[in-house]
Design a protein around this ligand. Sequence first.
Ligand SMILES: [Zn+2]
Ligand SMILES: [Zn+2]
Length: 399
Amino acid sequence: MVEASKLWFESACRDSKCSELIHPWTYRCSDATKTMLISCIKGSYKFYAMVYVIQILMRGKKLGKKEMIEQFKLYLKSGIFGLTVGSSFVTLNCIFRALFFSQFSYYTTVLLPCTVSGLAVYFEPPYRRVMVVNLFVNLVFEYWVRTLEMKGWLRRSPGKETLVFMLGSAVFFYLLRLDRENDKRTPLFWFFTPPRVSKEVGEPVTGIEGRSPACPHKGPCINYILRGTAQLFGVGYAMTLLRTIIPKILTPRKALGALRLSQLKLGLFFGGYIGLYRLVVCILCRAHGKDSALYALPAGLLSGLAFRAAPSLPIALAPVTSALQILTSWGYQKGMIPANWPLVELLYCVCQGLLFHARVMHEDVCPRYIINLMHTVTTSKADEIQSAFIQKILKEKIA
Ligand SMILES: [Zn+2]
Ligand SMILES: [Zn+2]
């Protein structure tokens, strides 16, 4: 893969026509806009179909007819967001070039138009904007960690990532339990939501039967713990199955052959995560006869161990990002951040600019998710642009 430094990029691409660099499949800017738009309509709705299916699966609840229609409306809006971002890259570049810049430069080619097109996030309803920003901030963290690693300043390992996830989960679950006492809860998308702190108190309980009066659930503790474990194990396993079987669905024998033990990993992580969390909270409630938000600290830390079954950098960083999100939303609620500042939207624009810039200029350290996202949403037009661009740089490097 090719790393494009400012110097290389500018000497190779500065004097290109936009048809050489931005839309290599057609000479005319208007044609380019049209084909890009069509590709992105297809790609964006395909991408969001997957996103919505996974989100509905993760809820673990059946949807009523009304909710189905609601979800479908949201899906249509998300699609508009995706196709606007995807298709505007080409158009904005052609316009900027015609109006303001006569040459391509390192910062104005991808960073600038993709920061501007981030404004399309206004198509999403406010609570979904917050979730999209959470995802993108997390991806920027991933991009930074990968950059540090490439520069040799940092070494990653599954053990270290597990530790980061454990510490992050401890803080995050603690903040989450405090946040549940608020009237206005922060919109978050997480594997599971810990119940609010129970107000009941009672005598300590010994043995393993029944429940403590302080337990934040009904029924015996063992049922509560096992039910959660089984449910999330199922979700994790279903997600793995979808990912491995759907591409092979036309050849059932191959699909069955694709089932392996390693596919239990995600299920083990999900199930273990909630199971350990609930186990620790129940043990503490039983021992003390009352519940406390602080129990989330040891429970979050230990439950994070389950991450070792399926480590990945973006998930390792996710609890930290979500903890920051809760703190920011408290900042809004306490008036420390003025409510009329479009902080979420601006943050989204900056993250999108940075990440798409990384996709084109620093492919090696760009999060996988962004590469796949751009590929899917633009129906591989992004890859066409990328390869034309890489060829230019390579020619320059050889010459
Ligand atoms: Zn053009
Ligand atoms: Zn319990």
